[in-house]
Design a protein around this ligand. Structure first.
Ligand SMILES: O=C(O)CCC(=O)C(=O)O
Ligand SMILES: [Fe+2]
Length: 400
């Protein structure tokens, strides 16, 4: 199938041990502008440790399904995800991804320090101060997730409907990926081009694949690219380990100044980050419990105020959906009383191109739901505001 059409791709390899940090930053920048993917070598992750992780992963996935299902993902999205439990919205007709996976959340408060050596190069590549990410408190509360992945080998590669991981872009900031050397990972640099051209990301022994997620794409005002990727069957079993690096959920993100100018003004106002695969996310209410970082098409941040003035810090919950078709006026109306929406409340969404309060658009019915979806084309985070919410009586709405 598509494997035959794939072109040979030469992604840059960045040597993290290189004393010339400027040169490393330059090559990261070039890779992020052009591909959204690159390799890192001499990354400091011990080879023995990587081998042990792969060995444990094999042991885990080789267990009978019953045992694995006993570890089924919990409400914090930690644990086991069975084959076909995730479906990529970019592949609506397929049965879903045949991969099985296992998510592990952060152990403690200092987890994010695993990656301190990566950040200076990242920051320099954006012409920022080397301490930029630390100073912004980007990693005060670590939400990163380690995901073990297993792709079965006995999958018919000639059937186009069979896909290991459906086409998707990663939701968060950066992903580090280690694979067992089996091919299958491909990227599509121009997702709107038809037919799509898929290129193989080959394995380089001892190096990690790094890719940019949607959040960093927006943070960099779309200068860095979050690239569509997938895993296809190659007639061989495959293991990989992905580490999704995400910032604190309460970090407020605005397009970096070094990525904006007159010709490229900021593409969006402030936004906050919450990865649906992160442990913190699962504690919040959801509209669609099948949503994961792979298949989410929109995350709604719900803000509510008791007074009549809006308060951008008043975020009370989140909802996410895997199908925009599910976002309906009656569904919102049904859901919002839980968040203090009453007869005298106003429901607004924030136009992603402007700042609150100017960008607040009043929602009066289905028409504004459609406008909301149009305004958010290509943007996965939508801020909803309930103004004049009333939390005193949470049972009824509108019949006082
Ligand atoms: O297994 C791989 O090589 C890629 C996995 C991936 O893209 C993901 O889990 O987001
Ligand atoms: Fe991915």
């Amino acid at each position: 199938m598509a494997a035959a059409a794939a072109r040979r791709l030469r992604l840059p390899v960045v040597d993290l041990a290189s004393p010339d940090r400027r040169a490393a930053a330059k090559s990261i920048r070039q890779a992020c502008l052009e591909y959204g993917f690159f390799y890192v070598s001499n990354h400091g992750v011990d080879r023995g440790l990587t081998e042990r992780v792969f060995a444990e992963s094999r042991r885990l996935f080789q267990q009978p399904m019953e045992e694995k299902m006993a570890l089924r993902k919990n409400s914090s999205h930690r644990g086991y995800f069975a084959p076909y439990s995730e479906k990529s919205h970019a592949h609506p007709n397929s049965r879903g991804s045949y991969k099985e996976s296992f998510n592990i959340g952060p152990k403690g408060e200092n987890d994010s320090q695993n990656n301190v050596n990566q950040w200076p190069s990242e920051a320099l590549s954006l012409d920022l101060d080397a301490e930029f990410f630390q100073q912004n408190g980007a990693f005060e509360i670590p939400t990163s997730v380690l995901r073990l992945l297993h792709y079965a080998g006995d999958i018919d590669a000639s059937d186009d409907g069979n896909i290991g991981a459906g086409p998707h872009s990663d939701f968060g900031m950066l992903t580090l990926l280690a694979t067992d050397g089996t091919p299958g990972l491909q990227i599509c640099r121009e997702k709107d081009k038809h037919p799509q051209l898929w290129e193989d990301v080959r394995h380089i022994d001892g190096s990690l694949v790094v890719n940019i997620g949607d959040l960093l794409e927006r943070w960099t005002n779309f200068v860095f690219r979050s690239t569509l990727h997938r895993v296809i069957p190659v007639g061989k079993e495959r293991y990989s380990v992905a580490f999704f690096i995400d910032p604190s959920p309460n970090l407020v993100i605005r397009c970096m100044e070094s990525c904006c100018n007159e010709a490229y003004p900021p593409s969006s106002g402030a936004l906050r980050f919450a990865n649906p695969a992160s442990p913190l996310y699962g504690n919040l209410s959801s509209a669609d419990s099948t949503a994961t970082s792979d298949n989410i098409v929109m995350a709604f941040y719900v803000h509510a105020t008791e007074g009549s003035s809006y308060d951008p810090e008043a975020r009370i919950s989140e909802m996410r959906t895997t199908e925009l078709g599910k976002v309906k006026w009656d569904l919102l109306e049904e859901h919002f009383p839980l968040h203090g929406y009453r007869w005298n409340s106003e429901l607004c969404y924030l136009d992603p191109t402007s700042e609150a309060p100017d960008g607040l658009v009043r929602m009066l019915g289905p028409e504004q739901v459609e406008e909301l979806i149009q305004d958010h084309e290509g943007i996965k985070i939508c801020d909803l505001y309930i103004i004049n919410a009333d939390f005193a009586d949470s049972d009824t709405m509108g019949d006082e």
